[in-house]
Design a protein around this ligand. Structure first.
Ligand code: SAM
Ligand code: SF4
Length: 320
């Protein structure tokens, strides 16, 4: 479907849970987060119905996210069923990788088209500190298993000043060693995120260019997202930069988001959305109209600098 600004909207991120087995501070507080009761979370049947109707209006690519999607039982079956919906071209999933090694073969068999694995440090102690107790070896093992299973694998790393900013080159070396895309994400002021604590991707690029003067922009398409990729001659792995704060990519935005409670968010930055609950109680025409309304309501662009209207929900509730 084409939105009011002429953009093709063909991609939906679906958060299947607000729960997580980790506690990255920029995303979820260590304690005090209110768990949403399961009765308020969309069932898989409801999610599949939304996907079917979304596919009818041209949304053909879906990303399953969370919270941590793999803490919700049956996530693999959801992937399998989504893949069978007419019009669905691609289903991918984003995960912290902690429980992925055990599920990766099943996901491959279900037809997953790609995995994004979040990992902010390659050092065990630091990884544990950033994630509130995560085990680095589990995520590393999951990355290897995902690559071995032939799944398109990307690693997402969020850099914070005085926390992991000294790992830019280690992550670049990791991308080249594994032959995968490693993407650096700028921290956004959504939920608990404080951009002042993060690094701008201009700073990241400067570090990379100093070490690798031959680094050049890679114009080939790597996926659906707003990352700009850089490559080195002779290497398969690339480095992606996702610059929500410092370089607006809104004119290329192709997505809407579904929260685990059934809110369609036209833009990550703002709180507003279209609640699908009422439409779910009606027929598919009502659901289609609600989805179309969300696409129509997509703003021309975001401004994270206008704090008053910025999204206050935790990123774990939205799905990134
Ligand atoms: N648990 C899964 C994971 O970590 O990949 C999926 C959900 S998580 C919310 C998705 C992505 O959002 C992660 O890569 C995480 O680093 C990113 N994220 C969380 N809070 C953020 C923030 N304030 N700004 C930018 N990215 C953020
Ligand atoms: Fe959990 Fe992902 Fe948020 Fe970390 S970024 S707390 S892994 S939902």
């Amino acid at each position: 479907m084409i939105d009011s600004y002429g953009r093709t909207i063909n991609y939906m991120r679906i958060s299947v849970t607000d729960r997580c087995d980790l506690r990255c501070r920029y995303c979820m507080p260590a304690e005090g987060i209110e768990k949403v009761s399961m009765s308020k979370i969309l069932t898989y049947e409801e999610i599949l119905r939304i996907c079917r109707v979304a596919a009818e209006i041209g949304i053909s690519r879906f990303k399953i996210t969370g919270g941590e999607p793999l803490v919700r039982k049956g996530c693999t079956s959801l992937v399998r069923e989504m893949k069978q919906i007419p019009g669905v071209e691609q289903v991918t999933l984003t995960t912290n990788g902690q429980q992925l090694a055990e599920t990766v073969d099943e996901l491959a068999e279900a037809g997953i088209d790609g995995l994004n694995i979040s990992m902010d440090s390659l050092r065990e102690d630091r990884y544990s500190l950033i994630t509130g107790g995560g085990k680095l070896d589990k995520t590393l093992r999951a990355i290897d298993k995902s690559i071995d299973a032939g799944i398109r694998t990307k690693v997402n790393c969020l850099l914070q000043k005085r926390v992991n900013e000294d790992e830019i080159l280690d992550f670049a070396a990791f991308a080249f060693e594994k032959g995968i895309d490693v993407r650096f994400i700028e921290i956004m002021p959504v939920g608990y995120g404080n951009p002042d604590a993060g690094l701008s991707n201009d700073e990241v690029l400067a570090v990379l260019k100093e070490r690798y003067p031959q680094l050049e922009q890679d114009e080939t398409v790597h996926g659906n997202g707003p990352a700009v990729y850089y490559k080195l001659p002779g290497e398969d792995g690339t480095i992606g930069l996702i610059s929500a704060m410092n370089h607006s990519f809104c004119n290329r935005c192709n997505r809407i988001r579904l929260t685990s409670q059934g809110l369609i968010k036209p833009c990550l930055c703002y709180e507003d959305g279209v609640d699908l609950r009422r439409a779910l109680a009606e027929d598919d025409d009502a659901l289609k109209a609600a989805l179309e309304e969300a696409v129509r309501n997509k703003p021309a662009g975001h401004s994270f600098h206008d704090r008053a209207s910025v999204e206050h929900r935790a990123m774990s509730q939205i799905g990134g």
